[in-house]
Design a protein around this ligand. Structure first.
Ligand SMILES: Cc1ncc(COP(=O)(O)O)c(C=O)c1O
Length: 384
């Protein structure tokens, strides 16, 4: 089996990730922050250690500003619905995932916010000038996808962040694809809230993700998405107002968080950290695209040669589902077809409504695997 669906969720995970999950499940098992017994304390330590690692990873000093959620979608919903208020104007891009578009559209349909969706250039990349032009009285926030899950397009986050900070506009960044590939520093990049998936480039288990809030941010201004038991202030019937309990109601996915902790360790242990990840993915992407353009009949890609391992393509004359089905059934190659939950991105790059085939490479993919996929695609396209 060759797994190229890493942009959906990464597989395999580093062995230490699996080991940490099994360790927690077999040796600890308890609920953190809910009891004084030693097992609960040990579970709490795992969560706190991971919180510290996440905060550090995103350039934030206070570990309490790292909130765990079950995925990037929950984090984005918390940030968007928790921050925006009646009358706000919000800027976003055509390259967003539905995890951003759907919450924003709901608020727009309910008449709560007005929304400007910026097209960017032909690859969906925004310029500072375009954002500046869209800012008007009442613009409260920009919600931006750092790295497209369709094309791998990367937005100039620091420049846009700088502009937003100078105008007093909040910056919410969707790091679902970029975390673990491109360094994100909330302070240097002028980001207020970063939402991440733990199960993609951070190599944690499914069911992990979170929201990191910059140091000094007034988190009182964010309404929690859910309320309930936190193990703290149990005599009160109202939600605690402090971090991170305000946003972490219900039992945490400690098994997943234990794994995520080791996923971050794994990235930090690479010879050059995220640079090693980038280099590996860029090498595979360049190799795949160059060979495919040369040897596969009808191959057209919507991704750049020098991207970080998210490659969208079509084979002219074949439906994308035919291609992915044949790759899976005949060759054991896992890829994803369609719109990838990003309809406006596909409209922007001209592949709506059919979508594309997507290969998402991970640090564990090899050139040999790419060669096998190239051969498979050549055979599939050859029957065109
Ligand atoms: C850019 C982007 N944003 C958000 C998400 C949602 O992530 P999750 O599945 O962790 O909710 C994804 C998932 O593919 C994504 O690619």
């Amino acid at each position: 089996m060759i797994y190229f669906d890493n942009a959906a969720t990464s597989f395999p995970k580093p062995m230490q990730v699996t080991d940490a999950v099994v360790d927690y499940m077999t040796k600890i098992g308890a609920n953190p922050g809910r009891a004084g017994h030693i097992q609960s304390v040990r579970a709490g330590e795992i969560v706190f250690e991971t919180r510290k690692k996440i905060a550090r990873f995103f350039g934030v000093k206070s570990p309490m500003n790292a909130v765990f959620t079950s995925n990037a979608t929950e984090a984005l919903n918390t940030a968007v619905k928790g921050l925006l208020r009646d009358g706000d104007h919000v800027i976003t891009s055509a390259m967003e995932h539905n995890s951003v578009l759907r919450p924003l559209k709901r608020l727009e349909e309910h008449g709560m916010i007005t929304l400007t969706l910026l097209d960017g250039d032909e690859r969906g990349v925004l310029s500072v000038e375009e954002v500046l032009k869209a800012i008007k009285q009442g613009t409260r926030a920009i919600v931006l996808n750092h790295m497209s899950n369709v094309t791998g397009t990367v937005q100039p986050v620091r420049e846009i962040g700088e502009l937003c900070r100078s105008k007093g506009i909040l910056m919410i960044l969707d790091c679902a694809q970029s975390a673990g590939i491109i360094p994100v520093d909330l302070c240097a990049d002028h980001i207020d809230i970063a939402c991440f998936a733990g199960h993609k480039g951070l190599y944690g288990p499914t069911g992990t993700g979170g929201m990191v809030i910059r140091d000094g941010f007034n988190f009182d201004s964010i309404t929690p998405l859910k309320e309930g038991g936190t193990g703290s202030l149990s005599d009160k019937t109202v939600q605690p107002a402090f971090m991170p309990d305000k946003f972490e109601s219900g039992t945490l996915n400690v098994a997943g968080i234990a794994g995520l902790s080791k996923g971050i360790d794994f990235l930090n242990s690479l010879p050059e950290g995220l640079k090693s990840v980038q280099l590996h993915k860029q090498t595979l992407q360049k190799y795949f695209i160059e060979k495919a353009k040369k040897h596969i009949k009808g191959f057209v890609t919507q991704s750049e040669t020098d991207g970080y391992g998210v490659v969208s393509f079509i084979i002219v004359g074949l439906s994308v589902s035919e291609v992915t089905m044949k790759l899976s059934d005949r060759y054991g190659i896992m890829s994803r077809q369609g719109l990838h939950c990003a309809p406006t991105a596909h409209r922007r790059i001209g592949t709506f409504p059919e979508g594309t085939v997507r290969f998402g490479f991970s640090v564990f993919n090899t050139r040999d695997e790419v060669d096998i996929a190239l051969k498979a695609l050549k055979e599939i396209a050859g029957g065109n």
